[in-house]
Design a protein around this ligand. Structure first.
Ligand code: SAM
Length: 457
């Protein structure tokens, strides 16, 4: 009996293969099933997208795919998560009784199917048929293959809705940003995170030459921006270690130290080493601390490709004992809500309660970092979060706790040409995804970051 589903005209009533039987693989199905697992890992808050793509033990099956299918699975998962707010609403409107409880990855199957048809250039019948096939291949979702077919046919017939600012953000996050930045700026942030961004590089030297070689432009932050797509490792200059991937906003905190030649530096929470590379390239003697030995190994590999050196130390930044240094950088663990543009999974992995828990960790790390600065030295604190609790309020609280021992060294407009709007009234840096606008939305924007420069002692 031929069990291969008719990919042009699905028959939802047909049952999948019985126990012990294997259906021949439908073309394109493997990539869809992996995309479903990637999205389901995020929606169930068990696996961030990048972790699923990188870890050796890969429960999604991503690494078993060939290169083309990997790119397709990644693109489907990315497009789904970027537009997930809209997709969830469209799907919910077609489900009178909500999502069945025992459907396994049913929501991920529906969302990836709809994303392909509505937001990627994939023919609707292919997207729907492969979603039905993915449901049939899943032990829990197979009972709902008919529902997948019905819901997706209705969704694709209706077509993509007008995009509304904020429709793709979790409501709790949108509400917080409106409180922190106002409705207009929040709409601008939402528009910026809706577009998959290009690639930002920090270069060791000669930004103009690398911009020309790679078909990009030099940013006011000193880095190079190129259109995204393609394998980073295949780009010119990668193997010779001429540059590393680093968002334009992530490159700002180290610049706040000024001249670093010959100075001692401690980089706390350093892996995978984007900022360590900047410190080392600027001539500092760097100790790079991270609590994860595995991630420090990646830092070592990255530095070695770049021909740069730092002393790695595995340890907890809150308690590590080190000789005080001229400058200390604390790039604290945070909710990373400023990076949703590049990591759309972050919006759906995080919970609002994560903010308070991380803010407590950040306060402890800040106190420890301040103790590692030699008297009169500089501390730069940064997070890639848009939440004031993880940025501005950390600094206000530290200054109050330090009783005159720590003060903000305000960043001057001349230090950030082209980004003066990112300097707040206290002289700290607050970048937003809507900063650095350009005509082409894919070449616009930057991560949301907070950075404060502090004089200690
Ligand atoms: C935001 S990432 C750092 C990115 C890095 N600074 C860069 O520019 O490439 C946060 C890092 O902090 C590390 N980390 C989290 N808590 C830590 C702690 N208490 N002590 C040391 N490292 C920590 C994590 O292992 C992770 O590598």
């Amino acid at each position: 009996m031929n069990r291969r589903p008719d990919v042009r005209r699905p028959q939802p009533q047909r049952r999948g293969p019985g126990p012990g039987q294997r259906a021949p693989e439908v073309p394109g199905l493997a990539a869809r099933r992996v995309a479903v697992r990637l999205v389901d890992g995020v929606l169930s808050r068990t696996r961030p997208l990048d972790a699923a793509l990188e870890v050796d033990h890969d429960p999604s099956g991503f690494r078993a795919l060939d290169e083309r299918d990997r790119a397709l699975a990644r693109a489907i998962a990315g497009a789904t998560l970027r537009r997930f707010g809209t997709l969830r609403t469209l799907i919910a409107a077609r489900l009178d009784k909500g999502l069945p409880k025992k459907g396994g990855p049913l929501e991920a199957i529906l969302a990836t199917g709809a994303a392909q048809a509505l937001f990627m250039q994939i023919p609707a019948h292919t997207a729907v048929d492969l979603a039905v096939a993915a449901a049939r291949a899943d032990p829990d979702a197979r009972h709902f293959a008919g529902l997948v077919n019905a819901v997706l046919r209705a969704v694709v017939t209706e077509g993509a809705p007008e995009s509304e600012p904020g429709a793709d953000l979790p409501p709790w996050l949108q509400a917080r940003w409106i409180r922190a930045y106002g409705p207009e700026t929040t709409a601008a942030i939402a528009a910026a995170v809706a577009v998959e961004p290009g690639l930002d590089l920090s270069v060791k030297a000669d930004a103009a030459r690398w911009a020309e070689t790679l078909g990009g432009s030099v940013l006011p932050t000193g880095g190079v921006r190129i259109p995204g797509g393609g394998r980073v490792t295949a780009l010119e200059g990668y193997s010779e270690g001429a540059w590393w991937v680093q968002d334009a906003a992530a490159a700002l905190p180290v610049r706040l130290f000024g001249d670093l030649a010959g100075r001692s530096a401690i980089d706390l929470c350093a892996a995978p080493g984007g900022k360590t590379a900047q410190l080392a390239a600027a001539g500092a003697e760097v100790i790079a601390v991270d609590r994860s030995a595995e991630r420090l190994q990646r830092l070592n590999e990255n530095l070695s490709r770049l021909g740069l050196t730092a002393t790695p130390r595995v340890g907890d930044a809150a308690t590590i004992a080190l000789e005080p240094a001229d400058v200390v950088l604390l790039d604290a663990p945070c909710t990373a809500t400023g990076t949703i543009r590049r990591h759309p999974d972050v919006a759906w992995m995080k919970r609002e309660s994560d903010i308070a828990a991380l803010a407590r960790v950040q306060a402890g790390l800040l106190d420890a970092a301040a103790r590692l600065v030699r008297p009169g030295g500089l501390l730069v604190y940064c997070t890639c979060s848009l939440e004031p609790e993880e940025g501005e309020r950390q600094i206000q609280a530290l200054i109050a706790r330090a009783n005159g021992g720590v003060r903000i060294e305000p960043v001057l407009p001349a230090e950030l040409p082209g980004l003066e709007a990112a300097i707040d009234d206290d002289g700290c840096v607050r970048t937003l995804p809507s900063h650095l606008p350009a005509d082409d939305p894919r070449l616009s924007g930057m991560d949301g970051f907070f950075a404060a420069r502090l004089r200690v002692g």
